[in-house]
Ligand binder design. Structure first.
Ligand code: IPD
Ligand code: CA
Ligand code: CA
Length: 259
């Protein structure tokens, strides 16, 4: 893909994010929450409306582009072919409902299976994180440097404690500086991207939870794999870790009980 084409798409997406600022406040004010598979699995009118809006936007400006997204049926999508967007319209819906903070919109653009553009929009704080293939990563258009190399004993590790057993939880507390968890995969990952956390892992993310992180990791020299170190497929999801290079091996050894 030509750089100019990526810039053209990026400009469009930036405009679309700006347009959201005109509709989200009202959606939040009149928020309607439903449950999906269990009482902790929430979806709101905000999630649905953002996704519908983006789907209509793609149909209007990029009708050949496919959309793989959380709140829709994704049958028939060919993720490794042509133009593909992966979207989590609200990542951290429980945070949106309970705290009105610490949620984000995740958007990633792939061409023939290659990540080209990535966005994580921290809406509550009005910060757009983006990565452009070959150009780097940005926070509200200010270029981000690769984080410094962090050793596990000096850094914070992030994971949902409900997903790990007691032994692993203790081992991670003992070997790291400390443990924190925001509860939105995109924003926990952003902390790694910015060097505030050494690593974030999630035992069962879906493609939309992790799609944007691939390009940030590539542009900033982070490591992103399955939790056993194997290659991670953006279209399949599954256990994942995004990590600073300085602590990746050690965390993996602890997770897989090989330390
Ligand atoms: C969830 C959040 C959460 C993670 C879950 C995700 P949602 O996304 O990212 O941090 O632990 O695996 O499903 O449901 O709020 O979009
Ligand atoms: Ca999510
Ligand atoms: Ca979601």
């Amino acid at each position: 893909m030509q750089k100019q084409q990526l810039q053209f798409i990026d400009k469009h997406i930036t405009d679309w994010f700006q347009h959201l600022d005109g509709i989200i406040p009202n959606l939040i004010k009149n928020m309607v929450t439903e449950t999906k598979e269990n009482r902790f699995d929430l979806v709101t009118n905000v999630d649905k409306q953002i996704q519908n809006d983006f789907e209509a936007y793609l149909e209007k400006y990029f009708p050949t582009h496919q959309l793989l997204a959380e709140e829709k049926n994704n049958e028939g999508i060919e993720p490794y072919q042509g133009h593909l967007w992966i979207m989590d319209p609200i990542d951290g819906t429980a945070n949106l409902v309970k705290q009105q903070e610490d949620y984000c919109i995740i958007l990633a653009y792939f061409e023939n299976g290659q990540p080209k553009l990535s966005y994580i929009y921290d809406y509550a704080h009005k910060i757009i994180y983006k990565a452009i293939e070959g150009k780097g990563a940005f926070m509200n258009n200010v270029k981000l440097e690769s984080p410094e190399v962090l050793s596990l004993k000096d850094t914070i590790v992030s994971f949902g404690s409900e997903y790990v057993n007691e032994k692993l939880r203790k081992a991670l507390y003992q070997s790291s500086f400390s443990v924190r968890y925001i509860g939105a995969c995109g924003l926990d990952s952003v902390r790694v991207i910015k060097g505030q956390f050494g690593a974030h892992f999630n035992t069962n993310p879906k493609p939309w939870d992790i799609a944007a992180q691939f390009l940030f990791a590539r542009e900033l020299g982070l490591v992103m794999t399955q939790m056993d170190g194997q290659h991670l497929d953006f279209a399949k999801g599954g256990p994942f870790i995004i990590s600073n290079k300085g602590c990746y091996e050690e965390i993996l050894a602890i997770i897989n009980d090989k330390h």
